[in-house]
Structure formats: structure tokens, C-alpha cells
Design a protein around this ligand. Structure first.
Ligand code: FDA
Length: 308
């Protein structure tokens, strides 16, 4: 991991910075590259525009590690309301949640009860995605995911290719016929548990993608979402898909974040691939924004440019 990436990720957890940075206009302006706005209305507007261009969307309301049960209930109510707004707008938008935003740090049972409310409200056709957070949450997240998936068809989980353990986790989930979003991983993890070199992460990502798209996975009913902006990996996976006679639709879906690789997102949709954009909104964006900077330290130039 580069020093720059490590410093930015450490900053994302700094409470002082978290309180102060969002007050600066140049930080707010830089964030707007990755968010259509802070409100649900902003997200709905962006989703309507993307859907009209043939793309799917997923909403995430920014926040994590909340402090009390009342806040977890508020977040749950917020998502319940958002699911209603999505339905009223005739959009196919799904949602993606962080379990620590639903109360995982306070009580896993409370968190599970909140998650179930969302899964039931979303309806069987709309998957509720669970983000994967730092490595100390992986076991708990997968436990709650397994429990939810046994009870409901419409729940998916994110797995991170930088963790050594992910290969085993993926295999162990197959019998559940899961919906899985594969990403590289956005947190600061030690070399004891995670790959650090881009080349190693990319190779593991490719190997895991092939498992996700394998005949065995399709037989098990896996929904495979390839969550990366990496054009080289996207191309390799497309080529692999085609040389294995998998159709563009159904078996595979590409998911990217709003504002990143927009041309590629559009190009995939135009070529007939399922292309989905994850739209984040809300005012608690600081740690999330810092993770976006860490993924591409050149993004800090954007912040600099906005200062001047
Ligand atoms: P990589 O970082 O190698 O970048 C490849 C290329 O993509 C770069 O050269 C650049 O062109 C572009 N790019 C990537 N990131 C950029 C950025 N921030 N700004 C500008 N350009 C950028 N992580 C996690 O730990 N838990 C989760 O639940 C999720 N959820 C999630 C959902 C979806 C839909 C996506 C796409 C990603 C996530 N992530 C995540 C984040 C993920 O782990 C990872 O940090 C980022 O996707 C960056 O890695 P890439 O695969 O894009 O490749």
C-alpha cells in the first residue's frame, strides 16, 4: 500500500478532520464529483437520467458506525421511505446498506431486525445489498448475510478481493445461491490478511470473478456483480465471459460508483452489458470521500485545483 494511500485512509478515521473538513467549500466542491447531491431527490433525479440511458442504479445513504439504537432506527426508517420513493418513481433502483449504519456495533440482533425490515419492504424482486466494511466486521457480516439469505431470496453481499480469506468465503456461500458484488476492497488492512500489491489484488480479483461466473455458480443461482472501475479487468472479464459462451445479460453485471469511469459505464450499457451505477448521497460523506481519494491519490489534485 502506498504511503499516500495509507495516510489518506488514516485521515478518514480522524474525528477532528471529520468534523472540520466538510466545512470547507473546496472539499464540498470536490465531493460533488462523486455524488449527485446530498438529498434523496438528488439521487432520484440522477437515477432517472441513468435509467433513461439503459443503466441500473443502486442507492446508498452515507453513514457508518452509528452511536445508538435511535439513530439505527432513523436510518432504517430513512431507507424504508426511500424504497417507497423508488417505487413511486417507477425506478428499478436497489439499495445497498452498511451493517454498522443499521446498528451492528451496538447489537447484531438489532441490526438483523433492521435489515429484515428493509429486505421485506424491498419486495422479492429488489435485492438489498450489504456492503463489506473493514476486516473486523467480515465474520459478523457474513453470519448475518447467511441468516438473511436462508430466509429471503432478495439479499446480496459484497466480498473484497484483497482479503486472502475471500476465496474460501465465496466457496462457502455458493450453496445459498447468493447475490455477490465483488470489489477490490477500500480499507486499510495488514499484509497478514490482505494482498497489498495492485498486481496481486488484480489477479485474485480475476480468479474470483471466474469462480463467480463459473457453471457451478450459475447452477447454484449466483447473481454476479463485478464491482470495479478497472478497464483492464473489465476487458479481461468480458473476454473470459465471451470465450466461455456466456451471454452478455443475465450471468454478469458491472457495477461502478457514480462519477467514476462514466464513459466506460455508458459504453458497457450501449454494448448490451448490464451496467449499474451505485449512487451515494447524504451529508455524512467524509470517510466515504476519503476512501475515494485513497483509491486514486491523483484525486487529491482535484481538491487542490478547487482550492485555487
Ligand atoms: P483500481 O483502484 O485499481 O482503479 C482502476 C482505475 O479505476 C483507476 O486507474 C482509475 O482510472 C479508476 N478509479 C478507481 N477508483 C477511482 C476513484 N476513486 N476516483 C477516480 N478514478 C478511480 N469497497 C469495500 O471495501 N466495500 C464495499 O462494500 C464496496 N462497495 C463498492 C461498490 C461498488 C459498486 C464499487 C464499484 C466499489 C465498491 N467498493 C467497496 C470500493 C472498492 O473496494 C475499490 O476501493 C474501488 O472500486 C477502487 O478499485 P477499482 O476496482 O475501481 O480499481
Amino acid at each position: 500500500m502506498s504511503v499516500m494511500r495509507s495516510v489518506i485512509l488514516a485521515g478518514s478515521q480522524n474525528a477532528w478532520l471529520r468534523r472540520r473538513a466538510p466545512r470547507f467549500w473546496f472539499v464540498r466542491k470536490s465531493v460533488s464529483r462523486f455524488m449527485p447531491g446530498e438529498t434523496v431527490d438528488d439521487a432520484l433525479k440522477a437515477a432517472t437520467a441513468l435509467e433513461s440511458k439503459g443503466m441500473g442504479t443502486v442507492f446508498t445513504y452515507l453513514g457508518e458506525n452509528i452511536a445508538d439504537a435511535a439513530e439505527a432506527a432513523q436510518v432504517t426508517d430513512h431507507y424504508l421511505n426511500v424504497l417507497d420513493r423508488i417505487r413511486e418513481s417507477h425506478l428499478k433502483t436497489e439499495i445497498s446498506v452498511k451493517l454498522t449504519h443499521l446498528g451492528l456495533d451496538l447489537d447484531p440482533e438489532l441490526c438483523y431486525a433492521n435489515l429484515v425490515k428493509l429486505i421485506e419492504h424491498a419486495g422479492a424482486a429488489s435485492v438489498v445489498w450489504i456492503d463489506m466494511e473493514a476486516s473486523n466486521y467480515v465474520d459478523l457480516t457474513l453470519d448475518l448475510y447467511r441468516r438473511a439469505r436462508r430466509a429471503y431470496p432478495n439479499v446480496g453481499v459484497c466480498l473484497q478481493a484483497y482479503l486472502y480469506r475471500t476465496e474460501k468465503d465465496l466457496e462457502s456461500l455458493f450453496p445459498l445461491g447468493p447475490a455477490i458484488r465483488l470489489v477490490k476492497g477500500a480499507y486499510r488492512e495488514s499484509p497478514e490478511i490482505a494482498f497489498h500489491k495492485k498486481k496481486d489484488i488484480d489477479e485474485n480479483y480475476f480468479a474470483l470473478s471466474k469462480r463467480l461466473l463459473s457453471e457451478e455458480a450459475r447452477h447454484a443461482g449466483v447473481r454476479a456483480a463485478i464491482g470495479t472501475h478497472d478497464p483492464r479487468l473489465v476487458r479481461r472479464i468480458q473476454e473470459w465471459t465471451q470465450s466461455n459462451n456466456l451471454g452478455k445479460n443475465g450471468a454478469i453485471e458491472f457495477q461502478m460508483l457514480y462519477g467514476i469511469q462514466r464513459t466506460l459505464q455508458m459504453q458497457l450499457a450501449q454494448e448490451g452489458w448490464k451496467s449499474t451505477v451505485l449512487i451515494a448521497y447524504g451529508d455524512f460523506w467524509f470517510p466515504w470521500f476519503m476512501r475515494r481519494l485513497a483509491e486514486r491519490p491523483a484525486n487529491t489534485l482535484l481538491v487542490m485545483r478547487n482550492i485555487f
